[in-house]
Design a protein around this ligand. Structure first.
Ligand code: PEP
Ligand code: MN
Length: 672
């Protein structure tokens, strides 16, 4: 082993050297780009590069997902580096070489870690000023004690941090940057200890909110707040009581040399905090760098004035990313609005926006324009997107005859095209279902084990499927058939989806499963056997998760749309319909796939429609032609069952595709 380890270490240092060399070239390139003012990003070149690398990786036996992930990081780094060079060239005060950053909290707090990430690249040392409150952080910059304030404004679990908005609104500081930090809370202690023996937990109020589900499970402990997570760690070090614990980052645990008792204890893994970096002077951002602008405004006190102000954004095609209202101190029931939008203060439409807004407000101040942290990642040539130019020229314009045909009276409203003419686009993770997209959902009928669902996830990802399916609760005809592994399966499914960055879908059978499944699954499926379980429909209608509604095997399209109406009427407007075959006199196939339903539904409803050829056909060797037919007839996607060993599957083995068949299916679809 010694020998191999030596070689691995050598390879690793080689990789580091190469990355540094690559960065140097990146620096050379940006000065050339600056000379002729060419774009910083060349997306078509990036795409070409990634596609070639994936091909190369495949030949060398590397998963395309792995290669893409590694090179996304490398390309992101290069873009960030080039952006920063351009930014510094325009803004850097050459006399200052050190940066003093004021934060709320101390070394090891999340503000500290986010500052290191934000300023980490620069050669200058960063020094910190540790403050007790956000207001003090702001004051430190105003009084020139510090150059920058690093302020957490919002978190994906606990929401907006109002004190920070108030501190920014009340100051004259400019926003000069943003940072997105992945906050991974841990429970830490000075000794190993069983959770139910913990008596006290120190933490920060925001951290406590983000982990309240985990914390409320430790019944023996009371929770006490500190001004930041790092200080709560310091406190347990000082008190030396083995029954005391704290919530903080892994870095803080390292720094203060305490033991991690549990990792990742936030309510959701996607726990991110957005920080704003503020300074006394605004910066200018080269228009080649994607930028955001922030402002505060107070609209006038008359009906519709907020609508009028917001409609200016719409008319100019400016995308707002945040709208937060804060009370105006001293003026009861009056509000100040804080807004972020995508755009550069130098853009002509942003100039127009500010001009026009000015006429509708009582107060308006631009807080700053700064580079946006969201890097738009290039997708590798997904075969499904590189469609040949097969134009359906013969598509007939809407005929007079059709227009004049009297409309049959329908008993649903929200699901109808009359109510909403634009296609509904349903988002699950970063996948959009509906419109012109064709989405493939793949996975086993039932989640049978960690390994099985992981293998399916990998296969789905490698072949560019976008969503992972897997049944956890199975509605089987016979009570003696496999009923699913329940919540254990849900955990395996979620972990597999996360490992391969695939949103997941699973079926809910009962009302009381809905909220718990919705915590972990990106889409809820209501199965064919439950299509008219109106109580269940109402319950998923209250959920914030998208719902895929399978057509019942004896249901008409009118009944399907009325079932969808139950969900929509409860508030959930993210419904996907699924045609999965109906019962007819024909017994040669498991069900009869009603392909005619697709164009009819597309006329009657704005909701996206997925086709499930697996349950319709029941025999794996005939799934491919049916899937192609679904695409040809205009479905927004398909859902297919795949299995690493279909012959040993615990459910629906005969219709589950072998992995090589699935690969074949995906390339057939890509040709269409
Ligand atoms: C399934 O997706 O495994 C399933 C049971 O679907 P349906 O409700 O369409 O039969
Ligand atoms: Mn099935």
């Amino acid at each position: 082993m010694e020998e191999q380890r030596k070689i691995i270490s050598k390879i690793d240092s080689e990789i580091i050297k190469l990355l540094a060399e690559r960065r140097d070239l990146s620096r050379e390139i940006i000065s050339l780009k600056n000379e002729n003012q060419s774009l910083i990003r060349d997306k078509s070149r990036e795409k070409e590069l990634l596609t070639k690398l994936v091909e190369l990786g495949k030949k060398a036996g590397l998963d395309s997902y792995f290669v893409t992930k590694v090179f996304h990081e490398i390309i992101d780094d290069s873009i960030q580096l080039q952006n920063k060079i351009v930014l510094d060239k325009d803004n850097l005060d050459s006399s200052s070489t050190s940066k003093v950053v004021a934060i709320q909290g101390i070394e090891g707090s999340y503000s500290y870690l986010a500052s290191q990430k934000f300023f980490g690249d620069s050669k200058d040392e960063i020094a910190f000023k540790y403050k007790e409150s956000f207001e003090d952080v702001v004051k430190a910059v105003e009084s020139d004690e510090a150059d920058y304030a690093m302020l957490p404004v919002e978190n994906t679990t606990s929401g907006s941090i109002n004190d920070v908005y108030d501190a920014i609104i009340g100051s004259q500081l400019s926003i000069v940057g943003e940072e997105i930090f992945h906050v991974k809370h841990c429970l830490v202690g000075i000794n190993e200890i069983a959770l139910n023996k913990i008596k006290k937990i120190y933490t920060h109020i925001q951290a406590a909110r983000q982990c309240n589900k985990f914390l409320s499970g430790i019944k023996s402990a009371s929770v006490e707040y500190f001004i930041d997570t790092a200080q709560s760690v310091q406190k347990i070090k000082e008190e030396k009581n083995p029954h005391y614990a704290a919530v903080a980052s892994e870095e803080a645990a390292d720094l203060y040399d305490v033991i991690i008792l549990r990792e990742n204890i936030a309510n959701q893994p996607g726990n991110f905090t957005r920080f704003l970096v503020c300074a006394n002077e605004p910066i200018t951002v080269d228009t080649r760098i994607p930028a955001k602008t922030s402002l505060i405004m107070a609209t006038s006190h008359k009906p519709g004035s907020l609508v009028e102000a917001l409609s200016i954004f719409r008319d100019l095609g400016i995308n707002m990313t945040k709208l937060q209202s804060r009370p105006i101190i001293g003026n009861p029931w009056e509000e100040m609005f804080y807004l972020d939008f995508i755009g550069n203060a130098k853009d002509s439409n942003v100039k127009q926006l500010l001009d026009k807004l000015g006429k509708h407000v009582r107060f308006l101040r631009v807080l700053g324009c700064y580079p946006s942290k969201d890097v738009d990642r290039i997708k590798v040539n997904v075969p499904l997107q590189t469609e040949e130019e097969i134009h359906q020229d013969e598509a007939t314009p809407p005929s007079k005859e059709k227009e004049s045909k009297p409309k049959a009276k329908v008993s649903y409203k929200l699901a109808s095209r009359e109510y909403k003419s634009d296609d509904t686009l349903v988002k699950a993770g970063n996948v959009t279902i509906g419109g012109d997209n064709f989405v493939v959902i793949a996975g086993p009928c039932s989640v049978e084990s960690k390994e099985q669902i992981m293998a399916c996830a990998r296969e789905a990802k490698e072949n560019y499927a976008q969503i992972l399916r897997g049944g956890c609760f199975k509605p089987h005809t016979s009570p003696y058939s496999f009923q699913g592994l329940g919540y254990d399966a849900l955990k395996y499914l979620k972990d597999a989806g996360r490992a391969y960055e695939l949103p997941v879908i699973t079926e809910v059978l009962t009302i009381n499963q809905v909220s718990r499944v919705a915590e972990h699954s990106d889409i809820l499926q209501v199965g064919a056997r439950n299509m008219q379980n109106f109580a269940l429909l109402s319950e998923v209608g209250k959920s914030l998760r998208p719902v895929m509604l399978q057509r019942g095997m004896m249901s008409s399209l009118d009944e399907l749309l009325n079932a969808a109406e139950y969900i929509l009427a409860k508030g959930n407007r993210q419904v996907i319909l699924c045609e999965r075959g109906i019962r007819t006199f024909e017994t040669a196939t498991r069900n009869t796939l009603d392909l005619g339903a697709i164009p009819v539904l597309k006329e009657q409803t704005h909701l996206p429609i997925i086709v499930d050829p697996s349950h319709a056909m029941g025999q794996r060797d005939k799934v491919i032609p049916l899937a192609k037919a679904a695409k040809a007839v205009g479905a927004h996607g398909i859902m297919v069952e795949i299995h690493p060993e279909p012959d040993n599957a615990l459910s629906d083995g005969p219709q589950s595709l072998y992995f090589n068949q699935f690969k074949n299916l995906m390339s057939e679809l890509a040709k269409m």
